[in-house]
Design a protein around this ligand. Structure first.
Ligand SMILES: *Cc1c(COP(=O)(O)O)cnc(C)c1O
Length: 365
């Protein structure tokens, strides 16, 4: 028997999928630049340079029951989060990173052929996960200041539109969605996901709208503020009906015991983590001032832990590659809107100083 090409068995939308471009591991970056991993300045993933709370590291090493399955109902961690967020635990679902919640939300609302709406530029996972579900993405351009064009979003909604994703603060532009923008889109009665991955760096939240709008879902993550990107801890807050529905269809053990411990101990060590958030916010403001003084670089004011910079016309990729060769890795987006932009995460002060030095040199050529 001659086996036919197994690829023919794949669903058509999976066969033509464009893979999400995540950040490469440290060793890969080091090899690219031909330098030692410890000399790499990694500013492409909005990670927390301070790492997790030291108490998290200690608790993970001391725990002995990794042979047990975690609680599929997430009782303890939902209870713990309810206290932190000041919402009822029935409204909370915890995920393997907030990326998993994006996927789960799409899977309960989106049938093949349905669509989502996103103001662009924004986070890449919304359209990627939509593609995986066989759905389509309607993109609506932000205005010249990267503000959301609410009227254009409303006009673009069709009978097949199920969800709008609004990142606030937005990645990669750093600005927030205002309450009135969020309300206007909620009033259309489609599901509105407000992704607050950077909430702890700005303090603005849509949580208070939950009682009024059962079609609102707020996402949070421990990846950025709590330094847990590698442990995958994210969550959604939503109407109890949607939460129950996601709890009933999610992979039962989606949050592992190490993630549960890291979440719990992080919330028990808020003073340490809050101190670091304050240091990152202060460093963001210092970096902003320094970037404003680099001739040919136009930084965008940010409420998150990164800054988007515009570079001289036609020179985005060249300047990005120049930085990588010198061991600094910012994020470059190879698309039409952001060709001459670069997003730089806020790292340690000495990393900022090196960024400014190298950037001034490259742009000045
Ligand atoms: C980083 C980021 C996430 C991813 O969070 P995880 O919890 O690590 O999956 C989600 N949304 C936005 C806007 C982000 O920038």
């Amino acid at each position: 028997m001659i086996m036919r090409d197994v690829r023919e068995l794949l669903l058509p939308h999976i066969r033509k999928l464009t893979t999400y471009q995540g950040v490469d591991p440290m060793e890969v970056l080091a090899e690219q630049a031909g330098i030692a991993p410890e000399n790499v300045i990694r500013l492409n993933g909005n990670e927390n340079p301070y790492g997790p709370s030291p108490k998290v590291i200690e608790a993970l090493g001391n725990f002995r029951q990794y042979n047990h399955y975690p609680d599929q109902n997430q009782r303890q961690i939902r209870e713990k989060l309810a206290g932190y967020l000041n919402v009822h635990p029935d409204r909370i679902v915890v995920g393997n990173g907030s990326d998993e919640l994006i996927d789960l939300i799409l899977r309960i609302f989106l049938a093949p052929g349905d669509n989502i709406i996103i103001p662009v530029p924004t986070f890449g996972m919304y359209s990627f996960s939509t593609e995986v579900c066989g759905g389509e993405t309607i993109t609506v351009s932000r205005d010249e200041n990267f503000e959301i064009d609410v009227a254009a979003i409303k006009q673009s909604i069709t009978s097949k539109t199920k969800i709008a994703f609004l990142a606030s603060p937005n990645n990669p532009t750093g600005n927030i969605a205002t309450e009135s923008q969020i309300r206007s889109i909620l009033d259309t009665e489609i599901i509105v996901v407000v992704d607050e991955a950077y909430y702890e760096f700005c303090g603005q939240t849509a949580l208070s709208l939950l009682d009024e709008y059962p079609n609102l879902i707020v996402l949070r993550t421990f990846s950025k503020w709590a330094g847990l990107a590698g442990l995958r801890v994210g969550l959604g807050v939503m109407s109890p009906d949607i939460a129950r529905s996601i709890m009933s269809m999610k992979p039962p053990y989606n949050v592992n015991l190490a993630s549960e411990i890291a979440l719990t101990v992080s919330l028990d060590d808020l003073p340490t983590l809050t101190g670091r958030i304050e240091a990152i916010v202060a460093e963001r403001e210092r970096m902003m001032g320094l970037l404003q003084n680099v001739h040919g670089v136009w930084p965008w004011a940010s409420q998150a832990n990164f800054i988007l910079c515009r570079l001289p016309d036609g020179r985005g990729q060249e300047i990005f590659e120049g930085m990588c060769r010198r061991g600094i890795f910012p994020r470059y987006f190879n698309n039409a809107i952001l060709q001459d932009y670069m997003r730089i995460s806020v790292g340690f002060p000495e990393e900022t100083d090196r960024v400014i030095e190298v950037l001034s040199d490259l742009v000045g050529r």
